[in-house]
Design a binder for this molecule. Structure first.
Ligand SMILES: Nc1nc2c(ncn2[C@@H]2O[C@H](COP(=O)(O)OP(=O)(O)O)[C@@H](O)[C@H]2O)c(=O)[nH]1
Ligand SMILES: [Mg+2]
Length: 314
């Protein structure tokens, strides 16, 4: 959308026990940005047990939403996004409460949206250059981002960076349904909904504390993997089930050919009971999974209609 009116920027900051760093974040947010007439800050306190709320009040941020209990980052992000939309934000920026991201880059982050060249802009942390990331962590960041790029069709280097800007229209189209990685989920949705996603390079601030989302690498990989598979299946149900169906159908089909070969060329019909039973089982299962894929595709069409209603309502 090319807007001729004054643009409003809302910055959302999900915070879970960030009393130590929140002031650094808020105080380094630029007061004035070219092309923006109003900047508002929304803190989503995710059931913090420290003094996060007091710090936020002292800093004089515009809105503080307090979750009555810890709901996790994905829910907190969604709450922030909806609040920003209800505040009539034209552009929404998400940054973290641990001051990992350089707030002075916010003008660069929103520029492609202001110029109508992108719907979503993701800051690339250039993880291969971050000194305090281990080799294994870098490797998995790279592999994870590659898988997300492949499945979403969105060509950006850093798929899990949380420092992002969203246009109002993009924010209205995103629906967070998984619990763990909204970063991956929103990218796959953006790709499937043909939103333009751009990336800009940034340098992260030096580390203020350990990542809490990243406590255990294996758990992280498992959860991210499950998010990727589920969101992909949600947007491409037929492709997903067709793939699974072929895992059964193809070997069944080959077994069938094998039998035909024996029957036609060698004239032997006996002694193939086991392989024929296996063939029948594989073909039946493959066909059933194919039918489930058709069904899932019909259900997905329904979801698309619901998403349209939600988009118009937001
Ligand atoms: N770890 C964690 N972070 C949360 C939660 N809710 C909101 N957040 C915020 O999410 C942001 C990212 O968390 P962080 O632990 O730094 O994860 P990172 O993405 O690995 O850097 C921070 O601003 C947190 O305060 C939660 O339940 N757990
Ligand atoms: Mg962090």
């Amino acid at each position: 959308m090319i807007s001729l009116k004054a643009m409003k920027l809302v910055i959302i900051i999900p915070c879970f026990n960030e009393e130590k760093t929140l002031d650094l974040v808020v105080n380094s947010i630029p007061n004035k940005i070219e092309g923006i007439s109003k900047i508002e800050i929304v803190i989503i306190d995710d059931g913090s047990t420290d003094k996060t709320i007091d710090v936020a009040k002292k800093l004089g941020v515009n809105y503080i939403i307090s979750n009555t209990l810890n709901k996790g980052l994905a829910r907190s992000f969604e709450i922030g996004l909806n609040k920003a939309l209800s505040l009539d934000a034209d552009i929404i920026v998400n940054t973290d409460g641990d001051n990992q991201y350089p707030q002075q880059n916010i003008p660069d982050l929103i520029k492609p949206i202001l110029e109508n060249k992108a719907d979503i802009v993701v800051a690339n942390r250039q993880t291969n250059k971050i000194k305090h990331f281990s080799f294994i962590k870098k490797l998995f960041q790279f592999l994870g981002s590659s898988v997300v790029r492949y499945l979403s069709g969105v060509q950006i280097p850093d798929a899990v960076s949380g420092f992002r800007a969203y246009s109002r229209d993009a924010a209205k189209q995103l629906n967070i349904v998984t619990e763990f990685s909204y970063a991956i989920e929103t990218l796959i949705q953006a790709g499937k909904k043909k939103l333009s996603v751009k990336s800009i390079d940034i340098q992260t601030n030096s580390k203020t504390r350990e990542s809490r989302l990243f406590k255990n690498m294996w758990q992280h990989i498992k959860r991210s993997g499950s998010t990727i598979v589920r969101v992909f299946a949600m947007y491409e149900p037929f492709k997903t089930f067709f793939f699974i169906s072929n895992l059964f159908f193809a070997p069944g089909f080959l077994l069938g050919l094998r039998f035909i070969y024996f029957y036609l060329l060698e004239g032997s019909t006996s002694g193939h009971i086991q392989s024929l039973i296996l063939m029948a089982v594989l073909l039946i299962v493959g066909f059933q999974v194919f039918l489930i894929g058709l069904l899932a595709d019909l259900i997905a069409n329904n979801r698309k209609l619901i998403e349209k209603i939600l988009r118009d309502r937001k």
